[in-house]
Design a protein around this ligand. Structure first.
Ligand code: SF4
Length: 889
């Protein structure tokens, strides 16, 4: 970047060409007052407080809006400038209440600070009559336009950072204020309650309802919710967590948070329902016990059930080190490969499908790469609700002109931004993907250089998609022919084009096929291994990627090294000093069956709640009850923990050190914020203690030492250490050596498996389709304001107010036929069971389709879902089953 030189108040300063006068002055250490300026936003030039003098220019140009030029001479302050600024300030204050002591922004208000700085105590004018809006409809923030200075920072934040544009400047002149479209209440608008506008408001116009407690110290760590892995800064006062803000140093979110991260990521830590003592079942009641008694009992029972009778569920919510140690415990101590976790329920088909196509089952490109795409295709991902900060990135890209293609059966927030929205029938993904490839090949839009040099198996693919002409695909999927052709042309024309997908693709009996199909499409257009391209599975939970990486899977050690590979197994046997089982173990869904059949007699669950997360709840309950000895290690007495023989109270994410790996393979440090609640212990220490009691001492001086062992045995983590992460290095695996910088984009030169492999894939119907008895197609998913089985998010009052309970979304035509009005109670019945909940009647779902979020135990969607599985990945078909809805009299 070329530099230019100018002077500010006679002081020479050199800045990058394109910098503003304000930036030049700041670089020279010369303060210029601003109110509407925000370094995170585009220059606005609204408040006029940054007026300066520039030699050769007329009047008082605005420093924030004027580009610095070579040899420019700037005067930042003199009597004339000060007088103009004071006049601006008086005009700002004329309508502003002078009740600072009653203002939520008192002492943290830019207006107040600047008024004092400029010496303006009173505006000295007669205020005009004004009836400004006060909107207190939001459960998380307050809206008082009497305190607004119309700097538009909130409006610009919502547009430029969140990419949403939920609020605007409305009215004219003196009556201008900020409001949602058509002056709606904020609660009825498209606002997502992320609070980013409040953070950027310079006055008390927007404030959080919960009065912030002033923290004594702050510690940076990682949000405990979704796989985006946003950095948060946790405030502590008197040993208690009192608040959370976004971490501006985080390369993932740069300080921005979604509603869950901001309003729900810490309230559960000190919730009175936290488990703080071990529990042992006696006379069919869970009774409090000492740690020694509980661990002795667990050790004794596990000792009696080693080998094939033992199984463990690791967790996508705990650290890499915990998962590493639990799989080590399962293999080295219990002598079993029966270890799995809930990745089986979300992205097991990604691991299998991409593993076969590319050699590595992970997101190929970093989140920030959506900025570099020309076209983004999103399918099976309600990104704004499941990965909100990723969605912000996509929305910002669309605002800049990137084309968005959506394939989703539901009308979701992103569909309104799409250039093309195709609405396939659930369970028809292979058909539409083959249809796109049919058009791309027929119209010679494929990247044949890439196909020839980087892939194998193209001829078989070409033959297999020949029959998927758009007419046939339209019949199968319900997507109009012209939309299939248009989407194919748009995707193929994107240089580069990226694909993002989530569980709408993976949670099917054809999950592996769906993923392979998307891999075919990406390779066909040469969109793998390039910045801004790629195939990007958005992983659900904050450490689901890490739990897979750590070998919490039945067939692989850490780093996806096969347990049945003799050389690999011998490496681990040498390192761990024991013989290890060579046969792959059972998957999570198979373990549940094995429990019910009495083949698994001891089950150790760390941070998992299968009673809500697995399909067919009645079957899961029967399986857990059939187990001889069930141990649950968690922070709350979950629906699953209530069935346990022993419950071990774990420390929460702010009470321990560790690392987590986000959806883009970025390994990040979790820092301990407070001491573990009295009576609780970090997961890794519990596992070590248990292991030691079972005669296999696990002695680690610190958790950093566990990461050292992981790095020594896991080539893709070989160069990752606490030391490097604490020094601020940004490391995405593979990072094989201490001097390796990490790999943000996978498969650049070659695929992990060498050549990328095309797999011909045929469309197959879902396992259970609607029929006369069950005429509707049920699909399930997430809500923005709740998380997974609700164990943590439902402890937040704010989140509960925003998303209070379960509902079934019904198309208006279906509702009319069934005589059900919006808000009425309905019964949803499938072949597995029935639940009762409120009906939400809207066009979000197509006719014949219903949707239920799966977070709520009181109407658990998984009572209904079909446990039929993908034969390769063993992932259940959560996204499609047949159901019927009845009005509750
Ligand atoms: Fe937390 Fe995900 Fe929201 Fe980021 S996007 S704040 S990680 S829930």
């Amino acid at each position: 970047m070329p530099e230019i030189a100018l002077t500010v108040d006679g002081k020479e300063v050199r800045v990058d060409a394109g910098s503003t006068v304000l930036q030049a002055a700041q670089q020279a250490g010369i303060p210029i007052p601003t109110l509407c300026h925000d370094p995170d936003l585009e220059p606005f030039g609204g408040c006029r407080l940054c007026a300066v003098k520039i030699k050769g220019m007329r009047g008082l140009p605005l420093a924030c809006f004027t580009e610095a030029a070579e040899n420019m001479e700037v005067t930042s302050e003199d009597d004339e400038i000060l007088s103009a600024r004071r006049m601006v300030m008086r005009l700002l204050l004329v309508d502003h209440p002078s009740d600072c002591l009653a203002c939520p922004a008192n002492l943290e208000c830019d207006l107040q600070d600047l008024a004092y700085e400029l010496g303006v105590r009173h505006h000295g004018m007669i205020p005009l009559e004004r009836q400004a809006t006060v909107d207190d409809s939001s459960p998380v923030f307050l809206w008082d336009m009497n305190r607004c200075v119309v700097c538009a920072r909130c409006v610009r934040t919502c547009e430029e950072i969140v990419g949403l544009g939920a609020i605007h400047l409305v009215g004219r002149g003196h009556d201008t204020e900020v409001a949602p479209f058509l002056g709606d209440l904020i609660v009825s608008s498209v606002c997502e309650s992320c609070g980013e506008c409040v953070v950027h408001c310079p006055t008390g116009a927007l404030s959080f309802r919960e009065v912030p407690v002033i923290a004594e110290r702050e510690v940076a760590t990682i949000c405990p919710y979704c796989g985006t892995g946003c950095g948060i800064v946790v405030g502590v006062r008197r040993g208690k967590v009192v608040g959370v803000t976004g971490d501006r140093e985080s390369p993932v979110n740069r300080g921005n948070l979604c509603v869950k991260g901001r309003f729900g990521s810490y309230q559960f830590v000190h919730d009175p329902e936290r488990l703080t003592t071990p529990l042992i079942r006696r006379n069919d009641e869970l009774e409090e016990a000492s740690w020694d008694d509980a661990l002795d009992l667990v050790a004794k029972k596990f000792d009696e059930r080693r080998g094939e009778e033992f199984a463990a569920f690791a967790s996508a919510k705990v650290a890499n080190e915990d998962n590493y140690l639990l799989q080590k415990f399962t293999r080295a101590v219990a002598g079993s490969n029966n270890i799995d976790h809930c990745a089986r329920l979300c992205h097991a088909s990604t691991v299998t499908g991409l593993g076969e196509a590319f050699g590595s089952g992970a997101m190929t490109n970093p989140i920030a790469d959506f900025d570099r795409s020309e076209v983004i295709l999103v399918t099976g991902s309600n990104t704004t609700e499941s990965h909100p900060i990723v969605a912000n990135q996509i929305r910002r890209a669309v605002r800049r002109g990137v084309k968005l293609i959506m394939f989703d059966p539901r009308q979701i927030p992103l569909t309104s931004l799409a250039t093309i929205w195709c609405r396939p029938r659930p369970g028809t993904d292979v058909a539409w993907i083959n249809g796109l490839m049919h058009v791309i090949i027929k119209e010679r839009l494929a990247d044949m250089d890439f196909v020839r040099t980087r892939t194998e198996g193209f001829e078989a693919l070409r033959n297999s998609v020949k029959k998927y002409d758009p007419e046939i695909v339209a019949e199968i999927t319900g997507i109009p022919v012209e939309d299939i052709i248009a989407a194919a042309r748009l995707y193929a024309g994107g240089e580069p084009a990226s694909i993002a997908y989530a569980m709408g693709i993976t949670q099917h009996v054809t999950g592996t096929d769906n993923v392979k199909s998307l891999a075919n499409l990406a390779m066909l257009c040469g969109n793998v291994g390039v910045p801004g391209g790629g195939l990007n599975p958005l992983r659900g939970q904050n450490n689901v990627q890490g739990a897979c990486d750590m070998g919490a899977l039945p067939n692989v050690f850490p780093g996806y090294q096969s347990v049945d590979d003799d050389a690999v197994r011998q490496k681990f046997e040498r390192a761990w000093g024991v013989d290890l089982p060579a046969e792959p173990g059972l998957t999570l869904t198979e373990i549940t069956h094995a429990c019910r059949e009495g083949r698994i007699r001891a089950l150790y669950l760390m941070g998992e709640n299968p009673m809500l997360s697995e399909p067919d709840t009645a079957h899961v309950e029967a399986a857990l009850k059939a187990t001889d000895f069930l141990v649950v290690q968690d922070i709350f007495l979950t629906e699953t923990a209530r069935l346990a023989d022993v419950v071990l109270p774990a420390a929460s994410y702010v009470e321990r050190e560790g690392t987590v790996t986000n959806t883009e393979r970025r390994v990040q440090r979790m820092h301990q914020v407070i001491e573990p609640l009295e009576g609780t212990r970090p997961d890794w220490q519990i596992i070590c203690d248990l292991s030691t009691r079972l005669g296999y001492p696990m002695k680690y001086a610190s958790i950093a030492e566990v990461m050292g062992e992981i790095a020594s045995l896991t080539p893709s983590y070989g160069g990752i250490s606490f030391r490097r992460l604490d020094a601020g290095e940004e490391l995405c695996w593979p990072c094989p050596a201490e001097d390796h910088p990490g790999t943000p984009v996978l498969h650049s030169e070659r695929f992990t498996r060498g050549l990328g492999k095309f797999h011909p894939v045929e469309h197959l119907p879902a396992d259970e389709l609607p029929d006369g008895a069950y005429p509707l197609l049920l699909t399930t998913g997430r809500l923005l304001e709740q998380y997974h089985t609700g164990t943590m998010s439902r402890k937040s009052k704010s989140l509960n107010t925003l998303a209070p309970g379960p509902f079934v979304e019904v198309n208006p035509r279906d509702a009319e036929r069934m005589g059900i009005q919006d808000g009425e109670r309905a019964k949803v019945i499938s072949r597995r069971g029935e639940i009762e909940l409120a009906a939400k009647v809207n066009g979000g779902v197509d006719q014949g389709v219903i949707f239920i979020p799966f977070h709520f135990f009181e109407a658990a969607a998984n009572v209904l879902t079909n446990p039929a599985m993908d034969p390769v990945a063993n992932i259940p078909e959560f996204k499609v089953c047949a159901a019927r809805v009845e009005k509750v009299a």
